[in-house]
Design a protein around this ligand. Sequence first.
Ligand code: NAD
Ligand code: UDP
Length: 325
Amino acid sequence: MKRILVTGGAGFLGSHLCEKLLNDGHEVLCIDNFYTGRRSNIIEFLSNPSFEVLRHDICFPLYVEVDEIYNLACPASPIHYQFDPVQTTKTSVHGSINMLGLAKRIKAKIFQASTSEVYGDPIVHPQPESYWGNVNPIGTRSCYDEGKRCAETLFFDYYRQNKLRIKVARIFNTYGPKMHINDGRVVSNFILQALRGEDITVFGDGSQTRSFCYVDDMIDGFLRFMDTPDDFTGPVNLGNPSEFTILELAEKIIKLTKTHSRIVYKPLPEDDPQQRQPDIDLARKALKWKPKVILDDGLKDTVAYFKTLLSSSFKPSVQRKRFKG
Ligand code: NAD
Ligand code: UDP
């Protein structure tokens, strides 16, 4: 049994990770400033004596004793990370410095939730880890992309300079239950629009592609990566290589939900990547990992989750107000 710190533990991926670690018999300390995370994501763990939660912003130093750290804290949806871009960069940069400093002091192994966004609007397709990317340093997505790139630099400098045990994962679009109702990312947006009978908002002409990974596969990848030998640092791509256009995704969700919603086209956001597909050869070999859940099955579970959420007493307007402080 290990003592494990999960930053961003009340968020979408973080709460699934906490659940898996608890089920595997570990002690979990969840740190979150509840910027996009929710108490409801972790409420079921609060009665578990192996689970602890602390409201804390990782931009400030933290003094705790643990064996491993998963650094997931950072808003991940474009609308959320662009809402307060300076705080987004601080979270990736100051937050990583604080968590790396902590890992150095207590000699903990540390995992970084990096992103496919380090490849920007990629010219190489699919994207292998060796690709350096095509990133705009001054655009509206840069707070996230460059913040995460700088975080990777910090991880590798702490590795070289301080012999820290690091694990850097480049996560590609992941979806599933426990996504925030106002998350704003494409899968949750389309499902909610379909369930509410609203127009489905395809940005641009919908020909841009993404490759969607179900959350359970992603969490399995995290744990396998953390268990690899210390000389395997990554970066390693984690994602599902099945690639779809955004229009194909919209059509799938319309079919699945049997909605009468129609597709409407909206302007493409600035610097929206035209294509994205992970090359997962490294993860296959080093982690013996590949995603198992196909998009249709994962979408079914996610639709069921949002149906329950919409039929419960959950009040999205209250959540939105809280998010904007
Ligand atoms: P999320 O927004 O649901 O979770 C992020 C969590 O971090 C939230 O609980 C939020 O309150 C918390 N947080 C934000 N800033 C913080 C701070 N300064 N201090 C403490 N807590 C803070 O997003 P997610 O999808 O669960 O993403 C988790 C991580 O994985 C992020 O680092 C994200 O960049 C990375 N990632 C996710 C995806 C994806 O598709 N889900 C893809 C690539 C990378
Ligand atoms: N998108 C869309 N409609 C929406 C939300 C997103 O067409 O309501 C598109 C967006 O322009 C992008 C893709 O879906 O091309 C994925 O967007 P998301 O915000 O989920 O994540 P990204 O991969 O861009 O970070």
